[in-house]
Design a binder for this molecule. Structure first.
Ligand SMILES: C[S@@+](CC[C@H](N)C(=O)[O-])C[C@H]1O[C@@H](n2cnc3c(N)ncnc32)[C@H](O)[C@@H]1O
Length: 219
């Protein structure tokens, strides 16, 4: 079994989202209980890892709200404790399998509240028999679309070409989202206007590996 040392928290490198232990989630509270101003545009980062990327985003873009969803509880506990020290009021970290967390928000969140969603460098689960453990699945894309207004965005990034093509196929096959290229003038209004990088993206960039990315717009 592979272990990863994330800022001194020892844990399994990959969590199997289909395991029974991940049937339980800690539901995301109503937005008005977690944000100072819940009417701001809302971004969800699925598989947010250590949370550093979202902390930076939230500090730099006070006109957005952010929720990070993460299946490894120790990372969420650590992220929440960093958040307390920083007094940031536009960021929340949620523990659980993203599929169940999102499902729980349908009917609880205001209609069409989510402006954008990111999947940054999801776990690749290389073996074919493990593809069903990959986080991007038709059901999740459908559930996300139920929280999002037309014109909302999904962004995917990966350094694994086969996984990237797999995610692309699932999202385009949904017939809910079309591939989209931001106009220059739109980037400033996106969830990540100054192109901050996640920990994985910084690592991949240092190693001079190729980053594949694509944006989809809800039609
Ligand atoms: C390779 S890491 C990337 C972390 C971060 N996005 C980055 O770019 O540095 C993938 C993350 O997704 C999380 N994850 C995997 N499946 C998930 C699921 N079904 N729901 C929520 N998080 C998940 C993993 O625990 C892990 O932290």
């Amino acid at each position: 079994m592979l272990f990863i040392n994330y800022e001194e928290i020892k844990m399994r490198q990959h969590a199997n989202p289909l395991s029974k232990v991940f049937k339980d989630i800690q539901p995301i509270p109503p937005l008005k209980e977690i944000f100072n101003d819940f009417t701001k545009p809302l971004h969800l980062d699925i598989g947010c890892g250590s949370g550093d990327f979202l902390m930076n985003l939230a500090k730099n873009n006070k006109n957005w709200n952010y929720i990070g969803l993460e299946i490894r509880e120790k990372l969420v506990i650590k992220s929440k404790s960093k958040l307390k020290d920083e007094s940031i009021d536009n960021l929340f970290f949620a523990y659980g399998n993203a599929e169940y967390l999102i499902e729980d928000c349908i009917g609880k969140f205001p209609v069409d509240v989510v402006s954008s969603v990111s999947f940054n460098f999801p776990d690749p689960w290389f073996k074919k028999k493990h593809h069903k453990r990959r986080v991007v699945q038709p059901l999740l894309i459908n559930k996300i679309s139920q929280l999002m207004a037309n014109g909302g965005y999904i962004s995917i990034k990966s350094d694994v070409e086969e996984l990237f093509e797999y995610m692309d196929l699932i999202i385009t096959n949904s017939k809910i989202f079309n591939t989209y290229i931001y106009q220059d003038s739109e980037i400033i209004h996106s969830y990540n206007p100054i192109n901050l990088k996640t920990n994985r993206e910084m690592y991949v960039t240092r190693k001079k590996l190729k980053v594949l990315d694509r944006i989809y717009k809800k039609i």
